[in-house]
Design a protein around this ligand. Structure first.
Ligand SMILES: Nc1ncnc2c1ncn2[C@@H]1O[C@H](COP(=O)(O)OP(=O)(O)OP(=O)(O)O)[C@@H](O)[C@H]1O
Length: 468
């Protein structure tokens, strides 16, 4: 197929250069045609145009392409998150004079600078690798919490923006979790050999497709973790995807050990080994949220509001009590009142008729009995409940299990949070900070308290600052 030339018009857009080709689509860089506003005003600079041609395909193949596009659009509409590439629009072209474009489905996305595949061979520093893996975990934690499995996680589908931040992309095989407990979904029997979990090779193909679970993404993550530290090499030996798949089976059946490259540092080796647990049930203990918590817990302490900088050294720390999209390591500034005393009055100046009280609940059992306010048992309060609950989004004030906080309203649709027990909620409480704090209020995720006080809804907060 001849690539589209620069300047080629595609709907309200024009192609500037080709980016890459996948099994069903070609992706081009694009901009609004003639410098005018394009399909959406929501664009800052270039976009990526993913073009899925349907011309000349057998009806079955055309249906597959349409299904791929439908999944991408559906997920793009329903699971927005700063770690997922943003879908800006989609349309079907009618170009009777251009056989390749006629009937093609076009997805307009924010444009990334490169994919993880592009940087694997040149190698990345440990700090960069750690930041990339944490970004993938954040994206996966959100996908899984909102009831989706990515289904085709691989370095080509981990995109890096110009500022280095991570976006997951290519949701053509994404599956919505169904089943009684929302534990699994069904996907077409497709995927990329090197990233398929061992159980997938034996999964029966039913009418709805093959059964997929979030643990499939965790397996793929394990392969990727190994690859980022081992210059792109798979943990499973073999010269071709088929022979590596055979090595995967040998390992899963206990006939060969997991042999990782020496270049993979011990912390990441242990993390990858957990992701690569040979069975679904062994792997299910490791969720994207718990893996992210482990990564965040070993991050060096940062000042309040600091973004995790590229190049920051990482160090080993024991696991801190942190919520799935964890916050840990900020200097513990004491909560100056209402500690362990449900009956105590709020401090002067902090009360109001509307305010209620909520008690902090830390699901980590080992933290529930401690009274020493150990930083590792502390929990963070978010600055902005609409942004990921990560170290760049917490105030310096920490809270501990049993603290009673003055709360004045609830927000029912913030960023969904999953705790270590798998409970998830998108609800947040706005709590008062002690007098003298840099800001008057901060946000506690509802999974961090058992209380549900009768308080009014909060006005939706303005975004505090942009993501990186
Ligand atoms: N929004 C984007 N910005 C920049 N590059 C992108 C974007 N989306 C995709 N790409 C790149 O374009 C190439 C093709 O992407 P695409 O999603 O079609 O296929 P793939 O994931 O490589 O293959 P397949 O979907 O068949 O498994 C990939 O290398 C990907 O990294």
């Amino acid at each position: 197929m001849t690539p589209l030339p620069p300047g080629q018009r595609v709907g309200d857009w024009e192609v500037t250069e080709p980016i890459g080709t996948g099994g069903w689509a070609t992706v081009y860089a694009g901009r609004p045609a003639g410098g005018q506003g394009g399909e959406t005003d929501d664009v800052d600079g270039d976009v990526a145009l993913k073009i899925l041609p349907t011309e000349g395909l057998a009806p079955r193949q055309a249906r597959k392409v349409a299904e791929t596009a439908r999944r991408e659009v559906e997920l793009g509409r329903r699971a927005r998150h700063p770690r997922l590439i943003r879908l800006l629009g989609s349309f079907v072209l009618s170009e009777p004079g251009h056989p390749f474009l006629d009937g093609a489905i076009v997805l307009v996305m924010e444009r990334a600078a490169r994919s993880l595949r592009d940087v694997l061979e040149s190698g990345v520093t440990e700090a960069e690798a750690g930041r990339i893996v944490a970004g993938i975990c954040e994206g996966l934690a959100h996908l899984h919490a909102t009831g989706w499995v990515h289904g085709d996680l691989k370095p080509e589908n981990v995109l890096l923006m110009a500022d280095g931040s991570v976006r997951l992309s290519d949701f053509g095989l994404a599956t919505e979790l169904t089943g009684d407990q929302g534990t699994h979904g069904y996907a077409p029997p497709m995927g990329t050999f090197d990233y398929l979990p061992p159980e997938r090779w034996k999964a029966p193909l039913g009418e709805q497709g093959v059964r997929v679970r979030p643990s499939a993404d965790i397996w793929a993550l394990g392969v990727i973790v190994h690859q980022v530290f081992a210059s792109g090499a798979s943990p499973f030996p073999g010269a071709t995807p088929v022979s590596r798949a055979a090595s995967t089976q040998e390992y899963a059946e206990g006939r060969a050990p997991l042999r990782m490259d020496n270049a993979v540092p011990p912390f990441w080796r242990a993390l990858a080994a957990d992701c690569l647990a040979p069975t679904h049930s062994a792997r299910a203990a490791h969720t994207a949220g718990s893996l992210l918590a482990r990564i965040t817990a070993r991050q060096e302490p940062a000042g309040p509001d600091a973004l995790p900088p590229v190049g920051r050294r990482w160090r080993r720390r024991t696991r801190a009590a942190v919520v799935a999209a964890a916050v840990c390591g900020a200097v513990a500034a004491g909560w100056s009142y209402a500690l362990h005393d449900p009956g105590s009055a709020p401090p002067a100046g902090s009360g109001s008729a509307a305010a209620g009280r909520i008690r902090v609940f830390n699901v980590e059992r080992s933290c529930q009995d401690r009274r020493d306010r150990n930083p590792e048992c502390s929990l963070g309060l978010a600055i902005d409940p609409l942004r990921p609950y990560t170290i760049d989004n917490v105030v310096p004030t920490r809270v501990w299990h049993g603290d009673a906080l003055a709360v004045d309203c609830r927000l029912s649709s913030g960023v969904p949070i999953v705790d270590e027990m798998g409970t998830w909620s998108a609800e947040w409480f706005r709590v008062r900070l002690p007098q003298g704090s840099a800001r008057p209020t901060a946000w506690l995720p509802a999974v961090r308290t058992k209380d549900r006080p009768a308080i009014p809804g909060c006005p939706r907060p303005m975004p505090s600052h942009s993501y990186r």
